[in-house]
Write a protein that binds this ligand. Structure first.
Ligand code: ADP
Length: 542
């Protein structure tokens, strides 16, 4: 029914982002260091034409609205084409994390009931290993051309991406449907039990893009390089936000080491880049080696885990690169908070500015946050009261894909599993994840803060802290660390002498274990569950 005087009710469609970029920013570049090696150059106009060819090819394969089509792929222009073509025809792009074990990969593919899998040639070798476990998959398409088909799969009945799309016209009549239809699907990395699928609606992705453009300050002069993978929460939404802003995009393909990233940033004039702390360790090491930053790089976004202070200081003070932290989850599409300083913060001494930057960020319009106590009481935004972080908003999950249990609180909020506090300006400080928090004599110890302090000790390269049962204090912290020099590891006394002025006395690690490396999950985060398992017979205080 038409109501006089109201705005039009036009659906927010993912494909409209690319349609817009092609029409008005057609020559804006999309650059990829291809999986095969050479740099590939295209633009929004050409990409949109290829998306339309791909849409025809998908329809010809029999893909119907609501069907799931998987990708197992790096950040490349072809992956971006798949994002748009699959969503454009009303199907769902399921981005599979290639770092999963074959069993986990089969689990998510079967759970999603993927009909086709598009994969980069690097991953073609996996297929024989999982094929018997994913019987519902009707076909595999290798994201390359005939000349670059990997020889390892020549006897498999694989389709070649370029041959698949070649015969079709480059215009497609996009269907219009409800904006609350799913466009993509991503499973959480499973640090907490079986992976769970989050479906992103067209509406959520478009609204999230408006937010990202505003917060990341995207525009035609901002050249971004998302290191965060397109298989992890849609590369934080950058492949949708960049076209909305007519912003150039540089995809790193599979080479994510410090030197490769540095060279690509240097050659393509990248001005900002986004990734988890682990990748920045590599870039910082390389910048130190060559004694400078990539010449146009102005800022980096760090999210997915808290960056140690030493990392923020290295970027900001050693290399003059601005750091913006962000917090989010697979369940929040992911942007929940973003850290930019206000004028009053910029007037503070540098050390206090860095302290402010170590907070996860401030509330963004569209995501409501609250901190609750164990009994559900909402705690004040006083920058001190710590509790369970709960969120709500148009790009926050309401239930998991095929999930039967109620996910939200009785009053409709999503409990993130994170512990933190909010201040009066809406800045969030994450102190821990609910299951990682250490309770010593009834008091909370933040494992995140403790490990970050430990990592600022020069003799420690990487560290994690877990709780160990203790006869008197219930739990005490165990510091598991990778020394900077394996032949000369620090002692617990040396570490604690360093930590003593920096943390409350009862936080000081009770014990320390030296390891060669820490177990990292599929998205580069330390798997504390693996460490807890490894040290489960450890007891203290007997
Ligand atoms: P998973 O929950 O499977 O690890 P996600 O990638 O969705 O996968 O991770 C979301 C979690 O990552 C958050 O709940 C939080 O614990 C952590 N996280 C994300 N950003 C930050 C940040 N800036 N500071 C601290 N923790 C963060």
């Amino acid at each position: 029914m038409r109501i006089d005087g109201l705005m039009m009710d036009r659906p927010l469609m993912v494909i409209s982002l690319m349609e817009f970029a092609a029409a008005y920013h057609g020559d804006c570049p999309i650059i990829t260091r291809s999986v095969e090696g050479p740099v590939h150059r295209t633009n929004y106009a050409q990409t949109y034409r290829r998306i339309q060819k791909l849409a025809h090819a998908l329809v010809a394969l029999g893909v119907k609205p609501g069907d799931r089509v998987a990708t197992v792929a790096w950040n490349t222009w072809r992956h971006m084409e798949l994002y748009y073509a699959i969503a454009g025809i009303g199907a769902i792009c399921h981005t599979v994390n290639p770092r999963l074990s074959p069993e986990q990969m089969a689990y998510v593919i079967n759970h999603a009931e993927d009909r086709f899998i598009f994969l980069d040639s690097t991953f073609a070798g996996f297929v024989p290993g999982i094929k018997n476990m994913v019987k519902g998959v009707e076909g595999f398409v290798v994201m390359t051309d005939a000349a670059n088909m990997p020889s390892a799969v020549s006897d498999e009945n694989f389709l070649v991406y370029e041959d698949l799309i070649a015969p079709y016209p480059d215009s497609f009549d996009w269907p219009e449907f409800n904006e609350n239809t799913a466009a993509s699907l991503c499973y959480t990395s499973g640090t907490t039990g079986n992976p769970k699928g989050v479906l992103y609606s067209h509406r959520a992705l478009v609204l999230h893009s408006y937010c990202l453009v505003a917060e990341f300050k995207f525009g035609p002069e901002v050249v971004s390089l998302p290191v965060v993978p397109m298989f992890h929460v849609n590369a934080w939404g950058i492949p949708y936000a960049a076209p909305m802003a007519g912003a150039p995009i540089v995809f790193p393909g599979r080479a994510l080491d410090g030197e490769s990233l540095f060279d690509l940033m240097e050659e393509e004039g990248v001005t900002c880049s986004q990734g988890v702390p682990t990748v920045w360790m590599g870039l910082i090491a390389h910048m130190r080696k060559v004694g400078r930053k990539p010449k146009k790089l102005e800022s980096v976004v760090i999210g997915g885990a808290a960056p140690p202070e030493s990392m923020v200081v290295a970027f900001e003070e050693e290399f003059g690169i601005e750091v913006n932290q962000g917090w989010g989850m697979t369940e929040t599409a992911p942007l929940g908070v973003f850290n930019t300083l206000r004028p009053k913060h910029k007037a503070l001494p540098k050390k206090q500015q860095i302290d402010q930057k170590l907070k996860a960020g401030h509330v963004v319009y569209g995501v409501e946050l609250r901190i609750t106590a164990e009994d559900g009481r909402v705690l004040p935004n006083d920058g001190k009261s710590c509790g369970h972080l709960q969120v709500r908003g148009p790009w926050v999950v309401s239930s998991y894909f095929k999930g039967e249990e109620d996910l939200l609180t009785a009053d409709g909020w999503f409990d993130t599993g994170d512990i933190g506090n909010l201040d009066a300006d809406g800045y969030l400080q994450i102190t821990d994840r609910a299951k990682d928090v250490i309770k010593s004599g009834g008091e909370w110890i933040s494992s995140v803060d403790l490990e970050n302090e430990a990592m600022s000790f020069p003799a420690i390269a990487h560290a994690a802290v877990i709780g160990i049962p203790h006869a008197k204090w219930q739990e005490r912290p165990l510091l598991v660390c990778v020394p900077a020099d394996q032949n000369n590891p620090p002692t617990l006394e040396e570490v604690n002498a360093f930590l003593e002025p920096r943390v409350p006395k009862f936080w000081l690690p009770e014990a320390m274990e030296i390891v060669d490396s820490l177990p990292l999950g599929a998205t580069g985060k330390v798997q504390k569950s693996v460490l807890r398992e490894r040290f489960k017979t450890y007891t203290l205080g007997e």
